[in-house]
Design a protein around this ligand. Sequence first.
Ligand code: SF4
Ligand code: SF4
Length: 483
Amino acid sequence: MTGIQEPEDNFRDKLATIDQQGRRLWVYPTKPVGKLYTARTILSWFLLVFLFGAPFVRIDGNPLLQFDILHRKFFIFGFIFWPQDFFLFVLITIAFVVLVILFTAAFGRLFCGWVCPQTIFMEMVFRKIEYLLEGNGPRQRELDHAPMSAGKFLRKSTKHLIFFSLSFLIGNTFLAYIIGTDALRDIVTSSPTEHMTGFIAMVIFSGVFYFVFAWFREQACTLVCPYGRLQSVLLDANSIVIAYDFRRGEKRGPVMRGQDFSQRGHCIDCDACVKVCPTGIDIRNGTQLECINCTACIDACNRVMSRMKLPPGLIKYSSYNRIAEGKPLRFTPRMWIYTGVLTVLLGLIVFFLVSRSEVETTVLRTTGSLYEELEDGSIRNLYTVSVINKTAETLPLTLEMVQPQGTLTIVGPPLDVPPQGKDETVISVQIPRKQIFSSNSTVIIRVMQGNVEIEEVRTTFVGPDPREHHEEKNDDHQENDND
Ligand code: SF4
Ligand code: SF4
């Protein structure tokens, strides 16, 4: 007999917020109070400033963060990624995923509770407004079950008006992450008819955020978020999670006046940890899919422990093994492997970022054009030249032939590539027939900025089969001989 009450496992068969009939059970969490909640509040201010400010902050004229899917341009901390840098973008995404996996294997869902925008907005913005207008959890429940009155109508309508305004603000910011702040300003300052698509996107985003924060809430974490679902395979007994110290807490039970805790568990079964939980679970049952690691139960239990004059930490950050067997936290082989993969990926990213070209030139034969035979016997091809400039300054560029001998003429506008932009022109390349040794030969073109070589690019030059030329020549010789 250990005296430890084994948790029943049937809680794993159902979600805490859905009843047997599949109906939603609305959660009315009590407002948390404590050191961790204060720390999360302070961190949330910084994160909110970052989330709302990132598309507006500029580094060398580039947004700090922007994911311009429409123009296939991504800005990450001022770095611009074009479709040509797609492999780099993919590497960064994979590295981020590995980082999240490693982080989760080691530290559980720390990200969900402290950094995830869903939690930040829900618990630190929308929930706080609800506490302000409708009172603490139990008061909210009372209000919801009370018949409609002028007071209830006023509170509810004010809340939803504020919720929708905030959702509109979040929706606009989200749009700025995609289309950029200048395009957003255009949409906001013009009539909806002038930017119908943008206006519709704005309404949809605002509606989705309003739906999520006013109604869907914790279900975004428990039913939708893939990361939440993944934690069951990422966590193991050594992962640090929000854990109830069952060795210390059991056998639980209500406390009697003057009771001696040396003969019983420290959990007084007050349910304070359950009442504050925004996902409605009882962490004493063990790690659960719904737990977003918000730490509210730690704060609640620590207050109870303090009142009972017991040490804090009955619920705390810890691993199952540490609690069950008193083993110290350790780096598992799985974590070492993830760390190795992450190190390799980060090394590759740094290498490619440092070595990636500041200017990327593409020379492609102009669509639909064939080669042209000129009167002097030379062959001409037309090309479209596209140059991407990843630097912060305008680049006036010229082009010259390197190989084979021939003439390169810019027939389109001169290349004047704007900073972080793209420019295009058309060139003609003319090569004497005697320099052509194949119907598909390679041409090397040098891109110059003044006297400075920027890069050399290769393209294909098409022409007649040179054997025809030799046959024609032989025929001419024969005719001359016959004459
Ligand atoms: S708050 Fe602490 S003492 Fe109260 S039920 Fe939860 S674990 Fe037990
Ligand atoms: S169990 Fe605790 S940490 Fe997990 S969601 Fe509930 S209150 Fe937050």
